[in-house]
Design a protein around this ligand. Sequence first.
Ligand code: AMP
Length: 595
Amino acid sequence: MGRAAVIHKAAADLRVPPNLSDYDATCGGFSWSEMAAQLPSPPGGGCNIAWSAVDRHADGPLKDRPALRFLGSGDPAGPIPVTEFSYAELADRAGRFTRVLRDLGIGKGDRLFVFADRIPELYIAVLGALRNGTVVTPLFSAFGPEPLATRLGLGSAQVLVTTEALYHRRVAAVRDRVPTLGHVLLVGDGEERTDVPGTLDLRSLLDAAEPAAPTPTTADDPALLHFTSGTTGTPKGALHVHGAVVTHYATGTYALDLHPDDIFWCTADPGWVTGTSYGIIAPLLHGVTSVVDEAEFEADRWYRILQDQQVSVWYTAPTAIRMLMRAGPEVAQRHRFPNLRFIASVGEPLAPDAVWWGTDVLGLPIHDNWWQTETGGIMIANTPAFDIKPGSMGRPLPGVEAHIVRRDEDGGVHEVTDADSEGELALRAGWPSMFRGYLNQDERYRKCFAGDLYLTGDLAKRDADGYFWFVGRADDVIKSAGHLIGPFEVESALAEHPAVLEAAVIGVPDEILGEKVKAFVVLERGIEPDDALRRKLIGHARVRLGAAVAPKELEFVDSLPHTRSGKTLRRLLKARELGLAEGDTSTLESPEVTR
Ligand code: AMP
């Protein structure tokens, strides 16, 4: 039986009155300056993300409320170990980290990277560095040495916070490639102090430090540097400022519908922008308790967390939902979720069956929303009181102006006003969390704008009711398990292998991952393709790049298609792979855009 095209909802039917009940009135009367005025400023003025997230709660009524609740890996059969930090404790630890940095001579505008699993020190370091005006980059701990070294180098990292295990496995071998890296702060694997030459033991430094007051920062001071991928060249470092906090707060209000008593769980890793904006900042701004799972996905564990931690608002991703769907409803049925009242998802297309799966299995539909590293926060969303059209990303949030445009030959764009017509999704510049540059790549940044419209690189449609529908990417980047992967980075790692003459990488559909990375490889003359070599090359890529980024499939080919100027025609490879006529690449993404 077909399911309805719309899930009708009314504010009056919801368990908690939604923060956004009258969409048109709120959008009509919205101003970012009024929203900014709702967030208190640090004493002495200015703006600082970490001050708003923790310091301001540390002496107030929320001081004893759990701010972060870490769930340890523990014994899979036993209870999940819990470590909590109240707002006052978190402010104290972040203040100590600020002091540690200052004592090392690290200050405003300097660069700190964190390369760690979701352990408390990651969160303390991010907050403590932001308090110090130091620009922070959390990196995904599954990255292999290559993506790690590339990003540390591009970002001129001065300080790295990592764990003893990751240091030995991935960092030590590439440390010499980052001449700016003056300090490595290690979190020991055991209880004892670490004693690794050339590093400092972070826990003992924190224990000995007196909390330091925040450094004054303004809304325009750089705060976070998140790397993202494009079709060509090295990863792009998208720079965000402290003023982004206003978007984090507003979207926590409208898109995630955070209320004071919520227990919130964002499943994203801070190595991706979602895990920073919504896994660290937004819930703390709202003074709610935020759950952090230190372990990796496991269906029964996730349901146990939703149930036992009494999660009320859950922010997750399509790949995770697909994995839960595959585990079967009986795993969910062993649990009850009476506290759960709102579920949102981001990062990849959310198919209608996944929206309905939420209704069937968890008792609530999943609310898709859309944004990207460059936007710093949620831009388009299904909020609690909207009717949902399963398959749609929802409508632009208050303060966000979204358009569908097509690029003109002269470099400008024109708007597509007809309903249901495809074009590139563009946003009117002016929201506070808009990225302020790609690090050291001004031209690339400039090319993202046509006048004051920011061109997102995504293709989409708007329907007659103002709902936006995702169509595809306008470039060659790959979205696998929610991770944006630049083909160039993977191709370069493969091409380093002595057997490889040339490689091209595309995303091919995958039931669970959305897309999986597939490589086409031309071998050096005289080298014979066979299964052992295929496995060896995949293994080589996994060691270099990490399992999340390396190709899952590899095919040997005699040659790769190129343009006359020498660019690899990945779109043609994709057309062949998807069984489309080779001349007909029209259903693939538009060929002229490379970002
Ligand atoms: P990232 O910068 O890694 O967060 O990736 C952003 C990209 O993920 C977007 O430009 C989209 O291509 C994709 N994306 C994010 N949210 C959605 C969504 N709700 N539906 C479809 N694609 C999405």
